[in-house]
Design a protein around this ligand. Structure first.
Ligand code: ADE
Length: 249
């Protein structure tokens, strides 16, 4: 997959996209990143990328011209007939979910615009396929959200995660439950013991314990997820028992 990022701070992407799993995926040729500085496409002599809003009001608005020209250049670079899914990061967009990340992971070309200032000239939105938010809070710019989106969707591209890592068991996928607790060596650390069930090699017992822990964690932290999760009869019995045990007399 080729990902083109449009930003006024391309340097923010350098370390993130060349480190860890994303860096490894880029080195393997699974992902290709191109961060473009919108300022390079400004046709005004001060290389401005923003101006005052028509109608007045606080803050500045990102100019349409450098963004249109940058998109034209990227489109040309990718081959004029290449289909590119265009996304703008914005707190007013649809919320990023695993389903959206999985859908985007199937594309061959993505263009991600990181917005700034009070907003972007609305005419830019006509060029966009999706407006995506990473949550109901406002950040100082779209760069961190763009990185979050790239990281999140990359994990669903075959070959990005190692064969031992998986998106199956983790929180928000597969079962719809939060992940169970994990431990590694030593078995006792500063007097704190690993649950004995994990040390006895009985995989049926371990799986049962993990499922129950995922139910306990989800009930405590995100009870809303239990409504949508695929629960077995045993899960429901366990949750009912948990309920009656924790109910005050
Ligand atoms: N830009 C600023 N805040 C944002 C958010 N929550 N999601 C996406 N883009 C943003």
């Amino acid at each position: 997959m080729r990902i083109d990022i449009l930003t006024i701070f391309p340097e923010m992407f350098e370390n993130v996209l060349s480190s860890s799993m994303l860096g490894r995926a880029a080195a393997k040729g699974i992902l290709e990143f191109h961060a473009h500085n919108i300022r390079d496409y400004s046709d005004n002599k001060h290389r401005n990328t923003d101006d005052y809003p028509f109608g007045g009001g606080a803050g500045m608005v990102m100019l349409a011209q450098p963004i249109f020209d940058c998109i034209d250049a990227v489109t040309h670079e990718c081959g004029d007939d290449t289909k590119i899914r265009r996304i703008v990061m914005s707190p007013r967009g649809k919320c990023l979910t695993p389903e959206l990340a999985m859908e985007l992971a199937k594309e061959d070309n993505l263009l991600i615009l990181a917005g700034h200032y009070e907003g972007i000239d609305e005419r830019v939105m006509e060029l966009m396929d999706d407006e995506v938010s990473i949550g109901d809070y406002v950040l100082t710019g779209g760069e961190l959200p763009a990185m979050v989106l790239i990281d999140c969707l990359s994990r669903f591209i075959p070959g990005v995660l190692g064969s031992s890592e998986s998106t199956e068991d983790e929180s928000f996928s597969g079962s719809g439950l939060l992940e169970y607790p994990q431990y590694t060596r030593p078995a006792v650390f500063r007097g704190r013991e690993v649950p004995a069930v994990l040390l006895n090699g009985n995989h049926a017992e371990i799986n049962k314990w993990r499922r129950q822990q995922a139910l306990i964690k989800t009930k405590a932290m995100r009870p809303d997820l239990l409504e949508k999760a695929e629960l077995t009869k045993k899960d429901l019995e366990f949750l009912n028992r948990l309920e009656s045990e924790t109910k005050p007399e």
